[in-house]
Design a protein around this ligand. Structure first.
Ligand SMILES: [Zn+2]
Length: 205
């Protein structure tokens, strides 16, 4: 099976509980420490076997192979990747059956992560996630005062729309935002808007 590591927790000694978005679902496994095991880290894509046993409630992770990407040697890209992927655990941890959507989303983002500013890719992926979960707010009513927004759209956590004056945050240009929502593309957003939206994503998916 293949998947992306979205959380690692050390338990006793060097053993770890590893949570993975796999091709089919969210999977939690136990990894015993072994000197000959290849090191694994947050955000890695791995191939692995899950071995169930009667002794333990969570399957044991075996035969781990790291499936690297070319950009993983670039400190800035791996740092932003880990920051992004870590957000998926609090978001999905109570979901029973997540299907293949999240794996495909991460796979597609990882394939393109080397090509441009990765924060743009994270934002574009996040719009697809909101759409998939039925949480993309195209209607422009302010989260705070409930009145319509005609210009200067700001976005707060979960990309809820708000007046710039109500949220006191940088506004996003209307054309750039509608292009983003329709085409999953940040083409018409400038770097300040990207930094603002990246900041919002980091408040939680
Ligand atoms: Zn308002």
């Amino acid at each position: 099976m293949q998947g992306f590591i979205i959380k690692l927790s050390r338990v006793k000694d060097e053993d770890m509980i590893v949570t993975i978005i796999s091709e089919e679902n969210l999977t939690t496994l136990y990894r015993f420490y072994g000197a000959r095991h290849s090191p694994i880290n947050l955000g890695f894509k791995i191939d692995f076997e899950a071995e169930t046993s009667l002794k333990s409630s969570i399957p044991r992770m075996r035969d781990v192979l790291h499936l690297g990407f070319g950009w993983m040697g670039e400190y800035n890209r791996i740092r932003i990747w880990q920051q992004f992927i870590a957000l998926f655990h609090p978001h999905l941890q109570h979901s029973d059956d997540i299907g293949s959507f999240y794996f495909q989303l991460l796979e597609s983002a990882a394939q393109n992560w080397k090509n441009q500013n990765p924060k743009r890719l994270a934002i574009e992926a996040y719009i697809q996630l909101l759409e998939h979960e039925g949480r993309l707010h195209r209607d422009l009513n302010c989260f705070f005062c409930d009145n319509p927004i005609y210009n200067d759209i700001s976005l707060i956590r979960a990309f809820l729309p708000a007046h710039k004056e109500c949220s006191h945050t940088l506004s996003i240009n209307a054309k750039g935002l509608s292009w983003l929502y329709d085409h999953y593309s940040t083409l018409f957003l400038d770097d300040y808007e990207i930094e603002r939206l990246w900041h919002v994503i980091n408040e939680g998916l």
